[in-house]
Ligand binder design. Structure first.
Ligand code: SAM
Ligand code: SF4
Length: 319
């Protein structure tokens, strides 16, 4: 069992397989970075798996593959299969922008993937294009539909942005409700890589918009999800991820691995350590020691309410 420095059990590993992306979302990677991490500095799937195995042996029960855009990295289904074959009952999920999903959904399902989170910020072609800076909506919707057909459980992530997709909050909620997908609205998290004038919505503002049409009640938090959930009168549950609060930090159970082997204790936190050398030298003891050291330094609370703006890129940490 993995316990951090604040007595929290850590059983959730997020693994980023690439920082590259085929979208240029305004809130994440509005421009191509000056340089990508060279491919030779990325951990191979074998090495990412070697660390994932170490983490599972130490107590990790849930693994989420993310990026950048994870479906851009060739052979992702092989990585999924390595993990699923190692531990059949692992809660194995993927976060994707959905653009390539229609090509891969069946392969991923066959490899052992159970769940998928897809980012969907708009149901209007021109708005989706404005956010991602590319004509994406048709392919994303096809991808979601294909994932549903093959039997993957679907959750939708949406980042409402002022003056851009704010008129669509109810439309996206209704789309997900009708299709039977879970929806999580995510408060925009300020970071130095986002478009300079990007402005999001607070949870309270989002609740006001939804309440005007659908009265709801707050569901008391259980488990370790950062999402605060609310129930509509017909029983449909939606969530809002409220990073500007820190009440969910008390039950935080996650740790993040970047594609180049850096282990990050908290999305905002700057302190991180590389497991790359330990893993490539097959020094499992050292990898376990680094994992435990990183967890011992996991901060008690996130810092999104501080004045500083995080220099960590979401496409690097995997969100
Ligand atoms: N490319 C995939 C995608 O978009 O789903 C996976 C990686 S992306 C970094 C993971 C999640 O982070 C997405 O749901 C995205 O909306 C969210 N995200 C990225 N930048 C964000 C920001 N500044 N504030 C809030 N959420 C953000
Ligand atoms: Fe790419 Fe996802 Fe970031 Fe958008 S949010 S730029 S799809 S990594």
């Amino acid at each position: 069992m993995l316990i951090d420095g604040h007595n929290r059990m850590v059983d959730y590993l997020r693994v980023s397989v690439t920082e590259r992306c085929n979208f240029r979302c305004q809130y994440c990677m509005p421009e191509k970075p000056f340089s990508w991490v060279p491919r030779e500095n990325l951990l191979s799937y074998e090495d990412l798996f070697k660390f994932t195995k170490v983490a599972i042996d130490e107590g990790i029960k849930k693994v989420r593959i993310t990026g950048g855009e994870p479906l851009l990295r060739d052979g992702l289904e092989h990585f999924v299969k390595m993990i699923a074959d190692y531990k059949e009952d692992i809660d194995l999920a993927l976060t994707t922008n959905g653009y390539l999903l229609s090509n891969y959904a069946q392969k991923l399902k066959d490899a052992g993937l159970k769940r998928i989170n897809v980012s969907l910020d708009s149901l209007k072609e021109e708005v989706a294009e404005k956010i991602a800076q590319k004509d994406v909506l048709k392919k994303v919707l096809e991808g979601i539909e294909k994932a549903r057909e093959v039997g993957l459980k679907i959750k939708v992530n949406c980042v409402p942005m002022q003056g851009i997709n704010d008129g669509e909050i109810l439309d996206i909620l209704e789309f997900c409700k009708t299709k039977g997908y879970e929806i999580r609205f995510i408060e925009f998290m300020e970071n130095q890589h986002a478009m300079i004038d990007a402005k999001g919505y607070t949870s309270e503002e989002l609740q006001e918009i939804i309440k005007a049409k659908y009265p709801f009640t707050k569901i008391e938090r259980t488990g370790s999800s950062p999402s605060q959930n609310y129930k509509l009168e017909d029983g449909y549950v939606f969530g809002i991820i409220e990073p500007h609060k820190d009440d969910f930090c008390a039950t935080c159970n996650r740790v993040r691995l970047t594609a180049s082997g850096v282990l990050i204790p908290c999305l905002y936190f700057e302190d991180a350590q590389s497991i790359k050398d330990a893993i490539q030298n097959n020094d499992i003891e050292k990898a376990v020691a680094i994992l435990k050291d990183v967890l011992s330094k996991k901060p008690e609370k996130n810092r999104w309410n501080d004045d500083t703006t995080s220099s960590r890129a979401f496409y690097e940490t995997g969100g």
